[in-house]
Design a protein around this ligand. Structure first.
Ligand code: FES
Length: 160
């Protein structure tokens, strides 16, 4: 460590001090404006998973099952007679994710208490509409394909 003698130290002048503070402030302001400009120029998009996805194979879903796919926010439902359909898990009131209540045999929203039957039909509000149903197909390998971009009526099923 170098020895510094008292007479080697230069006193900080008022001018030097003010210049150092001014330079620091300009540097901070410049960096901030560069960051804000970069944020402004980058696209303001919401990244979501693709609307069409593989839900699993037919054997993954026993007859009479209601399975929540948390990532895609849908229920994959296999009726006791074997056919399939897909119901949105997004509540039509304010968008909470609903749960399947097997003991009651219905889909219930935890936020404000809306209830839907296993077909997605509204039983009890405050939700204003039934849950949406989405298109479902099966590919050559027996994989179920759900397309959330295609809303279907409650009369549409996938027979396997
Ligand atoms: S968000 Fe489902 S009942 Fe309000």
């Amino acid at each position: 460590m170098a020895d510094t003698k008292k007479e080697d130290l230069k006193p900080i002048t008022r001018r030097y001090f003010l210049e150092a503070i001014g330079g620091g402030a300009i540097g901070i302001a410049g960096t901030g404006s560069i960051v804000l400009t970069a944020q402004f120029l980058s696209p303001n998009v919401l990244r979501e998973p693709p609307s069409k996805f593989k839900a699993g194979s037919v054997e993954d879903f026993p007859a009479g099952s209601v399975t929540l796919n948390k990532e895609q926010k849908v229920f994959i439902i296999r009726h006791n007679e074997g056919y399939f359909y897909t119901v949105s898990a997004v509540c039509t009131h304010l968008g909470c994710i609903a749960n399947w209540k097997s003991e009651e045999g219905l889909i219930a929203c935890p936020c404000h208490g809306s209830k839907f039957d296993r077909e997605g039909r509204l039983i009890e509000g405050p939700a204003p509409r039934p849950l949406q149903r989405f298109s479902m197909t099966m590919d050559d390998q027996g994989q179920l394909i759900v397309d959330k971009g295609v809303v279907v009526g409650e009369e549409v099923f996938l027979k396997v």
